[in-house]
Design a protein around this ligand. Structure first.
Ligand SMILES: [Zn+2]
Length: 285
């Protein structure tokens, strides 16, 4: 029997209601009101410009805020986050997606890899939160893309382009941490796509991108829950409205600003690592 024939009850099977895989009502609270109160009084302690088609690293102490800003033109940023004291603890795009959805905004948190698995940062402001979900199913700030990279580009087109976000982030981390390129590369991970407008096509389910609605003056603001090392690449796709991994799109710089709150958020403590401990293997029954 060949596969692919719909059974008699296909319509009934498709009509089954979905359930939310990870209901998040029990997530530890982000204490967002206290963070938003603290962000009313901020002192800027550092700023860094990320040139087009390049990446830079930046440090944010726990309890501080940072902003990623569009300055000169519509531009997408690929963000990596590490525990500044332990590069093995890194942003976990997939589980952040499972917990908060395909795109993130104010109040959502960026979670770290196993076994640490705790909030690394909380989003405290997003000037693009008006965008919502458009008629194509697109939205901004996704955690579904990976990062543009030279390997996929080589596979699909045979071209070699060396300023993909993967390469840029590796360059920046290698320089910042004093690592050999290949050693830095293994720490680069799937990103949060800041300002990028993406979704999955309704007919084929393929990952799509479209020109970002970001404009100069827009920004996204984060609260650092732990000591953070960030890496930000100004994607060679520019606003990602046409192509990426090429020299063609118009690209603009991005700015990162780091702020100390004049008054720390009330009742805030750096989150502990996840409490789960695996039992010894012979006790797992
Ligand atoms: Zn990119």
């Amino acid at each position: 029997m060949s596969g692919g024939h719909a059974p008699d009850d296909a319509a009934a099977r498709r009509a089954v209601s979905p359930v939310i895989a990870y209901p998040n009502e029990t997530l530890p609270t982000s204490n967002l009101p206290a963070l938003q109160k603290a962000r009313m009084g901020l002192e800027m302690i550092g700023e860094i410009t990320v040139p087009p088609r390049q990446a830079r690293c930046f440090s944010v102490p726990a309890g501080h805020f940072f902003r990623i800003l569009s300055t000169e033109g519509p531009q997408v940023g690929d963000l990596n986050l590490w525990n500044a004291d332990d590069l093995d603890e890194r942003f976990y795009s997939g589980k952040t997606r499972a917990l908060h959805g395909s795109h993130v905004t104010t109040g959502d948190r960026l979670w770290s890899s196993f076994p640490h698995f705790r909030p690394m940062a909380t989003i405290t402001h997003d000037t693009l939160d008006w965008y919502g979900i458009d008629e194509f199913g697109g939205s901004v700030h996704d955690v579904i893309g990976t990062r543009c990279d030279p390997y996929t580009n080589k596979l699909l087109s045979g071209d070699e382009y060396h300023h993909c976000c993967h390469s840029n982030l590796t360059d920046a981390l290698a320089e910042h941490a004093g690592l050999a390129w290949r050693d830095a590369e293994r720490h680069v991970h799937d990103v949060m796509n800041v300002f990028m407008c993406t979704g999955f096509s309704c007919d084929t389910g393929q990952y799509f991108m479209k020109a970002s609605p970001v404009r100069p003056g827009d920004y996204m603001e984060f609260f650092a829950e732990i000591n953070l090392l960030g890496g930000l690449s100004a994607c060679p796709g520019g606003d990602c409205g046409t192509t990426h991994s090429s020299r063609d799109p118009a690209c603009y710089p991005l700015m990162v600003e780091v702020f100390a709150p004049l008054n720390p958020p009330e009742n805030w403590h750096p989150p502990a690592v996840n409490a789960y401990l695996p039992p010894p293997i012979d006790l797992r029954k």
